[in-house]
Design a protein around this ligand. Sequence first.
Ligand code: NAP
Length: 470
Amino acid sequence: MEMLINGELIDLDEKIDVLNPFNNDIVGTVPLGNSEHIKKAINAANDAKIDLNNMSSRKISEALYNISNEISEKSDDFSKLITLETGKPISAAKDEVKRSVDTFKFAAEESKRIYGESIPLDAGIGGKGFLGFSIKIPLGVVGAITPFNYPLNLAIHKLAPALAAKNAVILKPSLSAPLTAIKLSKIVADYFPKGSMNVVTGRGSVIGDELVSSDLVNKISFTGGVEVGKRISQKAGMKKITLELGGNDPLIVLGDADLDEAVLGAVRGSYLNAGQVCIAVKRLIVDHNVADEFAEKITKKTLKLNVGDPLNPKTDVGPLINVEAASHVENVVNDAIDKGSQLLCGGERKGNIYMPTVLDYVKSEMPVVNSETFGPISPIIRVNGIEEAIKVANDTQYGLQAGIYTENIHHALKAAKEIDAGSVMINKQSTFRTDNMPFGGFKMSGLGKEGLKYAIEDMTRTKLIVLNTN
Ligand code: NAP
């Protein structure tokens, strides 16, 4: 597939293969763009600003609705492509496409609600007889950098609000899964002035760096890991940044919890997309009074999961993105077992597949839980009561989302108040997101919020206009 720069499809001799993580077959190739290509895309986006600003909000909204419809019509193609390039089970890929259709609809709705306000200037000294009102204007050019795990909806969470607010976009997708983003960008570009939607493929360390450092780019919206996020915040200079980074989300299960519901939440949260989700449940913090029963129930459910070919509609857990990712999970699980954790099921790697794994008697300081493990594992940390549960939940550099299962409203609200994370779910696991909610973590999990209304707010500037009526 080609890059899209200033309305032109660009191919190059130098290419990179995109592999199917399940069987390592080549799914497609993309050109390996360099700084010359990213500069061209930035200039094109910068030039497109005027035509884009001249589009009425009504036309922008119609365009976003039309894109939503087109994605819906092509949902089978999109789902299959997501599965082929990421290894995500087809059922989950279909869910991602459904949400993507919705994300564009939310953007279409929000594009009609970009309001300024009137300011009572006469409340200030010297303000008598002056009328003031603010308007929201676009930033100009938005650089969007996305990870491999949700190649469609996470790209849309950047380009849909950017275009809704009349900003031109340059998208740099993950090199592990760039094909879906290119297919999407071609559709989007047809509805906007030439140069408004560009997609450039190439190495993050080359073209990503160039995009982040450019003075012509007014905002970087990044989703990915903490290390790259830190680099972006150092290189971005005087531009806005939104960072949606990693997570190490806890799920607390107290002694009075509905255990069957908690187990269901834990299984869904730990194994969705083989655990390669920023808001996957990465630590199960379970009260010792119910830990034996919880461990038995979650092991039973884990053993029932279908593991294998992600194109099979019955598959629950597919491969990890590549063998390095699978080997990393294998290493941290083996390390935990060596240090005294008990393996209840799984613990085996078959190529890029890591079998869904339950570990009991895990300690907070073990690498399997003290950094973000992107894999299908359920590590149980046993605790005594709510105080210790919250302390363990907060014992991490991350703060994306969290969940607690309890029938005690006081304990639920205490956890909601005291867990240092962007969202806390009560009687639900952290793996919960609707596309209109404010989404984004605290601590090393990031800066700023996504969710259409919130992303649009961050992709506009406030201009004040003052009228002298004296
Ligand atoms: P990653 O390695 O950080 O890569 C993310 C993107 O950054 C890729 O497009 C990558 O390009 C690019 N990149 C690499 N170096 C760069 C640089 N110096 N400057 C600018 N861009 C650069 O992340 P990943 O492995 O794809 O995704 C997994 C991570 O994303 C996990 O930590 C996960 O928790 C996080 N994530 C967070 C959220 C959220 O909303 N909070 C959602 C999903 C995922 P290349 O592919 O060319 O290296």
